[in-house]
Design a protein around this ligand. Structure first.
Ligand code: SF4
Length: 98
């Protein structure tokens, strides 16, 4: 399920803001913070749909996000990511009839 109000659940909520706006190898550390974030997908969609140019968002650097935006410049990334997540969710367990 998509989390509309995702920022209160952000894993980086208590981090220093500068921690996600770093360059070079430091970006890998920032991405590690995102790896366990429960709202990573929502965060990434926000950054892509708003073409946020700086910082690590949703586990992706600005360069990685630019590459995605070039591939699908008119996409609604929320729709793309929400659909992908729904399709990758495990099917509900089959019911057994007695
Ligand atoms: S994915 Fe990363 S930048 Fe986005 S809310 Fe989570 S920890 Fe913060």
């Amino acid at each position: 399920m998509w989390v509309e109000d995702w920022t209160p659940r952000a894993a980086c909520k208590a981090a220093q803001p500068d921690q996600l706006f770093v360059r070079g190898a430091e970006q890998n550390k920032a991405k590690q913070l995102c790896a366990g974030c429960p709202v990573r997908t929502e965060c990434l969609a926000e950054a892509l749909d708003n073409q946020i140019e700086w910082g690590v968002w949703g586990g992706m650097t600005e360069r990685e996000r630019r590459a995605l935006l070039r591939r699908r410049p008119n996409a609604s990334w929320r729709t793309v990511l929400e659909t992908a997540r729904e399709q990758s969710a495990p099917a509900p367990a089959a019911r057994t009839t007695v």
